[in-house]
Design a protein around this ligand. Sequence first.
Ligand code: ADP
Ligand code: PLP
Ligand code: ZN
Length: 303
Amino acid sequence: MECRVLSIQSHVVRGYVGNKSATFPLQVLGFEVDSINSVQFSNHTGYAHWKGQVLTAEELQVLYEGIKLNQVNRYDYILTGYSRDNSFLEMVVDIILELKKTNPSLVYVCDPVMGDHGVMYVPENLLPVYQEKIVPLSDILTPNQFEAEKEHPRSLLFTAQVMELLHKMGPGTVVLTSTDLPSKQGGKFLVALGSQKTVKPDGSKTSQKICMDIPKVDAVFVGTGDLFAAMLLAWTHHHPTDLKAACEKTVSVMHHVIKRTINYANDVAGPGKKPSPAQLELRMVQSKADIENPAIAVAVRVL
Ligand code: ADP
Ligand code: PLP
Ligand code: ZN
């Protein structure tokens, strides 16, 4: 059966973030991807210079209107990422509500991009929209630890309990893509956590909590959060009630892509030199075989 994704994310001319990071790997895995570019920039904002255009809420509405008029607005998945504008995010909410009406089993995969390492990189006024509208509509949520805690700024609960609070707000599947929790395998690993609540056919509820120890690479990658969300969409599609299996494949893809990227970046930078943002662009096309059939490279523990 055909599976169609609407992906509302950034576009960059050069490199891989947002839709550039999500579309190719999803297509390789057989998904039909309809993409709306929330911005069109020359490159990601981690370069020395960046230029480009931002799609307004009205322009987003016009694009959706065209899709709707032709009655091709039936989607199996919607995927959203980085948004820096309040009214744009409100329009996304309206579109999701309509899409859920058209297909009640539509799955919303949301990467609530807000910031990292204590720094917000979207305006503060987006937070209530995420809290009150976006998170309650989402089925699969992939915040980092900072974003997860932003949802509960008054909470002093531990990270696992933060996931419980996020479940209570809506999503049945929550994956914290990176945390500052110490890894049992030592300082060279970063910890990601996942939690899934599912209802069995007999109506009984089950839950699964998982922990991933991911080998850390000493470089800053951009577009990895977007690739993670896209791969989680694909692999939860194949393993809808087994988060361990879905995450094993997701983080293994991440591992292979990052490995290939850092090896290439170090090569072109030369001995002893730190690779530039351009040299650190994800080696996406070169990773096609790993995306299609990821060898399991990262073990996922059930907690
Ligand atoms: P976000 O953008 O949501 O903060 P990140 O891009 O930091 O998320 O991380 C998403 C995933 O990318 C991680 O779960 C991990 O699999 C991979 N990743 C990102 N940076 C690194 C790194 N330096 N070393 C190893 N894996 C990384
Ligand atoms: N979109 C744009 C235009 C960006 O510049 C960035 C990061 O710089 C992102 C999206 C998000 O990238 P990541 O997947 O690393 O969170
Ligand atoms: Zn991110």
